[in-house]
Design a protein around this ligand. Structure first.
Ligand SMILES: [Zn+2]
Ligand SMILES: [Zn+2]
Length: 345
């Protein structure tokens, strides 16, 4: 099978790999499509650590090809979505209800230090595949994983019904935040620095979401809840959020560093919240929500696996050059890689 392999910082390579073998409690999935995530981008750019030699990709859907002898939850032919966030259920964080922060993740994070889904097949432990409802096409199912992440962070934000919400960053995660909140009737403004993404967000999101260029959004209103999806907490977000407000930080960049005015937290009662990835219950909720939420509206490109470099270029990763790839402007919202070479249904 073909596989997109991380060889070290820089563009990954495409390699021929044997179809992986699997244990009694594991499932072999024939991958249909994998979404390219900000984390994949950060890995390639050297902003998120990954094991050289690993097959990239973790936001995937496909069909069960074979199952280990002890697997009962799925059978060959089932359409599934993969939950790539490993948890052991035994360590202290897991036992305290925080499986997203499991202490036993090393070597088990799909597409990071365990082989991922940008390949013909991927092996996943039984507990980490979910049946996809028949009504959810693959190109929508591929957004279930980032949706689960969004649901966990929105739960941690504890939004109130009358909150004015500012979402910073109109990448797929910011757009999903806006889509979910707008679906609940919230007043949402999405702010974005990249002009192409401002245009895409205006085109793809419901009209009830206000999309502004970052400089227009600056001081335009006082949000009660600000959600930073850029991983860099730009500007004076803590200073501009309303008293008693909440700032949620998402994003997985190692380079994301911010100076925080502590008085904003104490005198104005601002909550600064980090929630990280999702709990298994969020994943199940995301699968259910995918029946009704038009997540696939955010998919602007589906390319065959072999054209991964072109796909990364659409996401502001330069197609060539030694060392750290230069970045340029975004030209896409969500980009999917289709393993069978076609735009999978
Ligand atoms: Zn992801
Ligand atoms: Zn654990």
């Amino acid at each position: 099978m073909k596989a997109v392999v991380f060889e070290g910082v820089g563009l990954p390579g495409i390699h021929d790999r044997a179809v992986p073998s699997f244990e009694a409690d594991e499932v072999l999935v024939e991958v249909a499509v994998t979404g390219i995530c900000g984390t994949d981008r950060a890995i390639v750019l050297g902003e998120f650590p990954a094991r050289p030699g690993v097959v990239l990709g973790h936001e995937a859907v496909g069909a069960v090809a074979a199952v280990g002898a002890g697997v009962g939850a799925v059978t060959p032919g089932d359409r599934v979505v993969i939950n790539p966030t490993y948890h052991c259920d035994r360590c202290r964080p897991c036992r305290r209800g925080m499986p997203a922060h499991c202490g036993a993740k090393a070597g088990r994070e799909i597409g990071v230090d365990r082989d991922g889904t940008m390949a013909g097949f991927a092996v996943v432990p039984e507990g980490f595949v979910h049946r996809l409802p028949d009504s959810v096409p693959y190109r929508r199912g591929a957004l279930v994983e980032p949706l689960a992440c969004v649901l966990n962070n929105l739960a941690a934000a504890r939004p109130r019904r009358d909150d004015r919400v500012l979402v910073i960053g109109a990448g797929p995660v910011g757009a999903l935040c806006a889509l979910v909140l707008a679906g609940r009737g919230a007043r949402v403004t999405l702010a974005e620095r990249d002009p192409a993404r401002v245009e895409l967000a205006r085109l793809l999101l419901p009209r009830t979401v206000r999309v502004l260029a970052a400089e227009e959004a600056d001081g335009a209103f006082t949000p009660d809840l600000a959600i930073d999806t850029t991983g860099s907490l730009p500007g004076d977000v803590l200073g501009t959020v309303a008293a008693g407000g909440t700032v949620v930080v998402m994003g997985e960049k190692e380079t994301g560093v911010a100076t925080v005015p502590l008085r904003a937290l104490t005198t104005r009662g601002i909550r600064l919240v980090g929630a990280g990835p999702y709990r298994p219950a969020d994943f199940a909720r995301a699968v259910a929500l995918a029946r009704d939420l038009p997540l696939d509206a955010l998919v602007t490109h589906v390319l065959p696996l072999e054209r991964y470099a072109e796909a990364l270029a659409l996401l502001a990763v330069a197609p060539a050059g030694p060392g750290r790839p230069e970045t340029n402007g975004y030209r896409a919202m969500k980009v999917l890689l289709a393993t069978d070479g076609s735009a999978a249904p």
